[in-house]
Each structure stands twice: as C-alpha cells, then as structure tokens.
Design a protein around this ligand. Structure first.
Ligand code: ACO
Ligand code: KIV
Length: 553
C-alpha cells in the first residue's frame, strides 16, 4: 500500500469506464499474482449469495447471472456446491459448459464424495477450480466436526491432495479462520499449501473481525507460514457487523491478492462483502491502495439490477455505488455545487458504474439554481418573476408532498404559465363535506385588487365551490367539461383538473393543479373564467352578453 495523497481531480481520473479492461489472470501462478498489483475478484453470488434465505435462483436465472459475471470481468465464478443437490450439480455443470474467460469453481467439504462431485460438474469448464474447506476454529472443531487438531490437519492434507488429482487450481478455506488460534491456523495453512493448494482463503465466516485485527492476521500468516509465497492469499468476509467491505480492503492492504464477494452483497445472514463496493473502492482510491481489478465497472449497475431482479431482493435506496440515490442530489447547496463542478460532491462519475448521469432530485431542500436548470431540461424558459412565483409554489408543494416528480413540475409550471398575468386570483377557499353534512363552500377571489367573497351549497364539495365562484364573480357561462387526473402515483399526488366554460358558442379551457383536488378544481375554474372575461373585455359587444357578463367588468 502506498501512502501518497490524492487531489480531487486525481481521485476522479480513474473513472473511465472500461479503463481496466479484462485480462485473464493465471490463478495458479501465485508467485506472479503476489508480485503484481492485480487483485483476483472471486464472485460467489451463485454459491454463498444463494445461501441467503429467500434468494434461491432457478437454473435459467443462474445462467443469466453467470453470463453477466463474465461480462463484468470477474476472474473466478463460484457456481455452486455440486454435492448439495442435483439442481446445484446441474447449474455448476451448465455454467461450466458456457464459461469463457472466467475460472469456474465448485465448493466441496473435506470429503472425497464432495470433491468427486465437484470435479464431475466442472468437467466442461475451460478453467476449473475445486474449493475445499474445513473449519479450523476450536468451537467448530469441538461442536460441529467433533475432530481434534490432528484429525483436522489430516483431513486438510487428504482433501487438498485429492482435489489436485482433478485440477491444478485448488483453493482451500479455513472456515471460521478469524476465530482460530493463530498457531494452529499457521500449521493448517502450511499443510494445505504443502498438499497442493494454490489459493488460501481466510474466511471471517461470522463477520466477527475488525480491520485492524484482520490486517494483523493476514500479516501474521505471511510472516509465520514458511511456504506462503506458493499460494495466493484470499479474503472472504461476512457483514454481520457491517464491516465486510472494510475488512476485505484491509486484507488487500495487508497483502491478500484475492477477494471473495457477491453482487449487491447478498449472502448468509447479513450478507457477504459487496463486489461493487470493493471494486469501486479499489479503483477510486487506487492512489493509496495501489492495486487494480479486471472488472469493467461500467457494467456494475446492470449486474446489480439483474441480481436484484432474479433474487427479488430490492436494492436499498442509499446503497453505496448501486443504490438509486448513489448519484442523486437533493440539497440546494449540493445541487449548486454539482452544476458548477460535479467533483464537488461526487468522487466517482455515474458513467463509471454504468449510470447515465447524476440526477438532481427536486425536493424541499432544493435551491433556485437546480430549479431553473430542471425547468430548462423540461423545456420551460420563464421570466425572472415567473420563476420566482413557480419556485415559491414548488417549495410549498415540496413541503406537502414526499417526492416532487418531473410531472409535478410540468403541471406546476404549466399552471404558472397558464395563469400568468391573470385578472382573477383565487385567494381563499374552504369547504364542508362528508357524510351527514351539508356540502358548502366559501371562496374569495381577487379581481383587479378587489376581493369578492361568496358562499354556496351544492351536490358535493366541487359543485358547491363552482356555485360559490359563480356568486363571487357573477357570469352565466355553462360548464362544458370537468376532468380530474392524478399527475403522479400515490395518495399525495397532485390532482390536475381541466375545466371548460362555454359562452356564445366559444369555449375557454382552464387548468389547475394541487395535491388538494378541491383547490385544483377551483383554480381550474377560475383560470377558465379569467380567460373568458379577458376575451369579453377585448370584444365589448360580448361583455354586454348576459351569457358572459360579469358584475365586475
Ligand atoms: C460457511 C459456509 O458457507 S459452508 C457452506 C454452507 N452451505 C451449505 O451448507 C449449503 C449446501 N449444503 C447441503 O446441501 C447439505 O448441508 C449437504 C448436502 C452439504 C450435507 O447434507 P447432510 O449430509 O444431510 O449433512 P448436514 O448438512 O445435516 O450436516 C453437515 C455434515 O457435514 C459435516 N461437515 C461440515 N463441514 C464439513 C467440512 N468442511 N468437511 C467435512 N465435513 C463437514 C458436519 O460435521 C456434518 O457431519 P455429520 O453428519 O457427521 O454430523
Ligand atoms: C466455505 C467458506 C469459504 C465460507 O463460505 C465461509 O466461511 O463463510
């Protein structure tokens, strides 16, 4: 690990999609891998990921995920645990048949039957690995395996050498390694390597370790196992304390050159280390980590969405790298910074993980810079006063509504444009409605600076409101159309109301939008009426017509 520091400009520079084009690594050449800066990405989405309760996948789904993992550029795909079931065997076999660059791997206990089944399933693979494991911790030895130290060492020697009969790429894992006595662990690793293991994986099976401790353990293994340079050291971390990624990075800093992980971090209990987080951390902080992976990061989002779709596990909104908020900004100050220079609030570009662009989410924390930019994107060019009015209405709306969607803004701004310079303004409205209540409404409308208030009853609140408006601004135009639709989803959606009034064979349409349907309706009616009166004012002969006559003109 180097210690040079990094400027923001440097931090963003590795973010070119495809910058680390996939190159197959010889996973059996420990000397070359250990001497280099390439971290082997071992994906276990199809094995440990699938052990996640509720995440089991069909054969077809596994094949789609395996195909995606090849495109992502992972070095090793752990396709399953061949002895677990005929279905698991078949999926390892089929993944192996379709494999291209990646090494295909099957898990096996320290049992000949498991290893033979794994070898059989891996037969069609171009590059194959058998991953055999046994627990080494005192707790597991005593209670789970009922074996003493000597028996465990014998099982290691036997299983690893047996696996080597089928392939020269054999990984050995000390299950519950982080809770094993270090001296016994060193012995066990020594035996595994002497028996032919080319990768030594040190799992934190129960997510118990912390970065400092894991660094010390990996370093101690490197310093105390005489033949350690003949194998690649690997990290396999679980997330019980939320430390899986931090621990994996710590292991890399201490010299591990393989990381085991899953897409979206799915896995047993709280999950495994998330592939996308490890890869992007190594890439974004290459300045201090000094290593690289072969992952084409621009396919990360697609991989994440596929795994979410096939497992039915939604991606947490604020999940690092692939959550829908990972490149979304709502606060005005951040949005302003983003518009001036994206590096002010983004350490990776969205394109680097396959997202088109960052999004400025409009909400109650947004400011004018972002609001104006958003309006431009939506095709609205408003004058300064109209922007101010629309911005004020937008803030009011955002206070009342959880999410302000683009469609909300379109409705709001269309209203603003449609109501600009209007001679009538709805300034107050109250209604009484419900079961066993007389439906009544009171409105106040301002016309050329004068307030007109009136109350009326009706057959329902809208009917009462329209009648009250007719009393406040007397006219005899006929209601030709009244239409309501929800602008977006949800019970807090804005209602968009269209009203058409007809007088002398000519109709005048008005619109209104508001989360309150009654307010939206009143506003649409007033908008249509204002247009009608404006037309009448332009044509004095119409003003005399009782059909469109208003007391106020
Ligand atoms: C940390 C991990 O993720 S390890 C992988 C965990 N994944 C899985 O278990 C999923 C697939 N597993 C299965 O389908 C089944 O457990 C099987 C087919 C592997 C075994 O099923 P069964 O034969 O019915 O055994 P069961 O699962 O009940 O118990 C496990 C047995 O394996 C033994 N065992 C566990 N790990 C190992 C090991 N690494 N090497 C040898 N034996 C082991 C246990 O001691 C126990 O043995 P016992 O029957 O003599 O007490
Ligand atoms: C089998 C090993 C690698 C494992 O999954 C674990 O210990 O978590």
């Amino acid at each position: 690990m180097t210690t040079q520091t990094n400027s923001p400009a440097q931090a963003a520079s590795p973010d070119r999609p495809g910058a680390t084009a996939h190159q197959a690594v010889d996973t059996t050449n420990a000397a070359a891998v250990n001497a280099g800066d390439r971290v082997v990405i071992f994906d276990t989405t199809l094995r440990d990921g699938e052990q996640c309760p509720g995440a089991s996948m069909t054969l077809d789904e596994k094949l789609r995920v395996a195909e995606m993992l090849e495109r992502l550029g992972v070095d090793v795909i752990e396709a399953g645990f061949a002895i677990a079931s005929n279905g698991d065997f078949e999926s390892v076999y089929k993944v192996a048949e379709r494999s291209r660059e990646a090494v295909i791997c099957s898990l096996a206990r320290a049992k000949h039957a498991d290893i033979e089944r794994a070898a059989e399933a891996l037969k069609p693979a171009r590059r194959k690995r058998i991953h055999t494991f046994i627990s080494t911790s005192p707790l597991h030895r005593k209670f789970k395996l009922n074996m003493d130290e000597a028996q465990v060492l014998e099982a290691i020697a036997d299983s690893v050498s047996f696996a080597r009969r089928f392939t020269d790429d054999v990984e050995w894992s000390c299950e519950d390694g982080t809770r094993t006595e270090p001296e016994f662990l060193f012995k066990a690793i020594d035996v595994a390597i002497a028996s032919g293991a080319t990768t030594i994986n040190v799992p934190d099976t129960v997510g118990y370790t912390v970065p400092e401790e894991y660094i010390a353990l990996i370093r101690a293994i490197r310093n105390n196992v005489a033949n350690i340079d003949k194998a690649i050291l690997s990290a396999h971390c679980h997330n019980d304390l939320g430390l899986a990624v931090a621990n994996s990075l710590a292991a890399v800093a201490a010299g591990a050159r393989q990381v085991e992980c899953t897409v979206n971090g799915i896995g047993e209990r709280a999950g495994n280390a998330a592939l996308e987080e490890i890869v992007m951390a190594l890439r974004t902080r290459a300045d201090i980590m000094g290593v690289r992976t072969g992952i084409d990061t621009s396919t990360i989002t697609q991989a994440s969405q596929l795994v979410s779709a096939v497992t039915g596990f939604p991606i947490q909104y604020n999940k690092a790298i692939v959550g829908r908020n990972a490149f979304a900004h709502e606060s005005g100050i951040h949005q302003d910074g983003m518009l001036k220079n994206a590096q002010t609030y983004e350490i990776m570009t969205p394109e680097s993980v396959g997202v088109n662009k960052s999004s400025l989410v409009m909400g109650k924390h947004s400011g004018r810079h972002a609001f104006k930019t958003k309006l431009k994107e939506l095709g609205f060019e408003l004058g300064d006063n109209a922007v101010e009015d629309a911005f004020r209405r937008f803030k009011d709306l955002a206070d009342r509504k959880k999410t302000v969607f683009d469609d909300d803004l379109v409705a709001l701004v269309s209203d603003e444009v449609g109501h600009e310079g209007e001679s009538l303004k709805l300034v107050a409205l109250s209604v009484a409605c419900g079961i066993g209540v007389d439906h009544t409404a009171t409105v106040t409308i301002e016309q050329h600076g004068t307030s007109h208030s009136a109350s009326a009853g009706g057959n329902g609140p809208i009917d009462a409101v329209f009648d009250a408006i007719r009393k406040a601004i007397p006219h005899e135009a006929v209601l030709q159309l009244y239409q309501v639709h929800a602008v977006t989803e949800g019970t807090d959606a804005q209602a968009r109301v269209t009203v058409r009034l007809k007088a002398r064979g000519r109709s005048h349409g008005g619109t209104g939008s508001d989360p309150d349907t009654v307010v939206a309706s009143a506003s649409a009616y007033v908008n249509a009426l204002a247009k009608l009166l404006e037309k009448a004012a332009d044509a004095p002969e119409e003003a005399a017509d009782p059909a469109i006559r208003s007391a106020a003109i």
